[in-house]
Design a protein. Structure first.
Length: 96
């Protein structure tokens, strides 16, 4: 009986350890993916400029993402969303 209890404790410890390690690995990967999208310079991208204008306009009129835009290319969508977020929070350092 004591052997089964000992085995159960070890199995439980391994399972919990794996779950914690797996959760930490996933949590560490998320910020790295976000950082890559912010490193991209979209300032000359026309989708970024459109998002910047619409983000500023929504911010001025107290709207939250008034127009929902969807683009065929993922890169265009990312540029638009980056511009929109920049414009909505009032940033204009990339506009010039």
């Amino acid at each position: 009986m004591r052997t089964k209890l000992s085995q159960f404790v070890w199995v439980l410890a391994v399972v919990l350890g794996s779950g914690i390690a797996g959760g930490m690995a996933r949590g560490a990967a998320v910020p790295q993916d976000r950082d890559r999208s912010h490193d991209q310079d979209y300032s000359n991208n026309k989708m970024y400029q459109q998002g910047l204008r619409e983000g500023r306009d929504d911010s001025t009129h107290n709207r939250d993402h008034y127009k929902k835009r969807h683009f065929k290319k993922d890169e265009d969508q990312k540029a638009y969303e980056t511009g929109y977020q920049e414009g909505h929070r009032g940033g204009d350092q990339r506009d010039h």
